[in-house]
Design a protein around this ligand. Structure first.
Ligand code: AMP
Length: 122
């Protein structure tokens, strides 16, 4: 299946400057900002600037430069917040079963409290 990117999604609007955001880090190919409904003391989203729906779309179609920038941006946000001390969790929801609400790739960085086991029972 080929992914179809919807450029009216809320993160596309943030990237175009149409909606404000609480920026944590800007790089050439990536943007990190605080989640509007934080679920932990640290809850930061990292998105690529390019039009990628989800992680596998990005992995298949992004350039090496975009992928390198994105992975390093995630690492930099972790470093900026001192997360190597107590740890953190990365989540990248995709599609229906992953309960992805915004169809633009984003990694959630969650930290600052004990996060519990990875999945609750459905
Ligand atoms: P997901 O379910 O993985 O698609 O998560 C989408 C996330 O985007 C949720 O945690 C929302 O709280 C967050 N979110 C939605 N709109 C905004 C916004 N304008 N600024 C920051 N975070 C947002």
């Amino acid at each position: 299946m080929a992914y179809q990117y919807d450029d009216q999604n809320i993160f596309a609007k943030i990237l175009r400057g149409e909606i404000p955001n609480d920026t944590v880090l800007e790089t050439e190919h990536s943007l990190a900002f605080r989640d509007i409904q934080p679920q932990a003391p640290v809850h930061i989203l990292v998105i690529p600037r390019g039009p990628y729906v989800c992680f596998d779309h990005f992995a298949q179609e992004a350039s090496d430069a975009e992928i390198t920038d994105y992975v390093r941006a995630v690492g930099e946000v972790c470093k900026m917040n001192g997360l190597e001390t107590d740890g953190f969790r990365l989540i990248a929801n995709a599609g229906h079963d992953g309960v992805q609400e915004v169809p633009h790739l984003h990694v959630h960085i969650l930290a600052g409290r004990m996060l519990g086991r990875m999945l609750a029972k459905a």
